[in-house]
Design a protein. Structure first.
Lengths: 195, 82
């Protein structure tokens, strides 16, 4: 019979500890993954429900922003696709009129609009900030699916702040799809999650 | 306070915190890899502060432990030489 030495006991204990530790870490990571999912669901619910009455009230005007204001700005206003300062005060006033701050929701000023309408790149879209400033942004597949109407539920993620504001790379946004009267997705309202 | 007692306390603190830090370190990398957003930014800042504090306590404990052990070795060798 083989003699049990203190070395073999140490090895068995070490191995058992490693197994136990791995199991604990696995369980912990699984729990955190669940927590991450739950938090995303909660934030999407909170931010999309909060803006819902506003969208219902200003639905026609919001549709106008996507169908009239963004294309017009792209055509006539400076500041798009180059570094010149934004210069389109008349259309800026139109944005404020169509998206008024009178019955606003929390963090109103960080709202922006994304439309799947860019010059050349399929992985980019046009983003208009509330000030009327336009930018071409890179989008991921999730956002593209939302803009193309392949998915209809609001999504959460870091869609553009990492690109423009490196200091705020941890910021996340909730994207809420906007549909026209025939049920087609015409764009996305983006709400910055500020906590 | 006796040197031996301090040495025992600091080594216990270091071992316990190192165990927890291993756990926290793995979680930290999991957070990076899976791009989690677990808590609001202010809570994450607070947890980061706790993690850094833990690291400082570990370093301090290990340093104290080394110093006391050197002192114990010196005392013991002095006794043996007499």
């Amino acid at each position: 019979m083989k003699k049990i030495t203190s070395n073999s006991i140490s090895f068995v204990y070490g191995f058992a500890f490693l197994l136990l530790f791995s199991a604990l870490v696995g369980l912990f990571i699984f729990g955190l993954q669940y927590q991450n999912k739950q938090r995303k669901i909660k934030l999407i619910e909170q931010y999309s429900q909060e803006i819902k009455p506003y969208i219902e009230k200003h639905n026609d005007d919001i549709i106008k922003i996507f169908t009239e204001v963004i294309p017009t700005m792209q055509t006539y206003c400076n500041g798009y696709l180059d570094s010149t300062p934004y210069n389109c005060p008349q259309l800026q006033k139109t944005v404020f009129k169509l998206f008024p701050n009178t019955d606003s929701f929390s963090n109103f000023s960080s709202t922006s609009f994304i439309k799947n309408e860019t010059s050349n790149n399929i992985n980019s879209a046009t983003l208009m900030e509330l000030s009327g400033e336009l930018r071409e942004i890179n989008i991921n597949q999730e956002m593209l699916n939302l803009l193309e109407g392949k998915t209809n539920d609001p999504i959460i993620g870091n869609f553009y702040f990492a690109y423009y504001y490196p200091g705020n790379s941890d910021n996340i946004q909730v994207a809420i799809p906007i549909k026209n009267s025939s049920g087609e997705t015409i764009g996305v309202i983006l709400r910055n999650v500020i906590e | 306070m006796k040197k031996k007692l301090i040495e025992q306390i600091t080594s216990s603190i270091a071992v316990i915190l190192l165990f927890l830090m291993t756990f926290t370190g793995i979680t930290f990398f999991a957070d990076l890899f899976f791009n989690w957003d677990l808590f609001p930014p202010n809570v994450e800042t607070f947890l980061g502060f706790i993690m850094i504090s833990g690291l400082i306590i570990i370093i301090s404990s290990v340093m104290i432990n080394i110093m006391i052990n050197i002192s114990i070795i010196a005392t013991n060798s002095e006794k043996n030489n007499k």
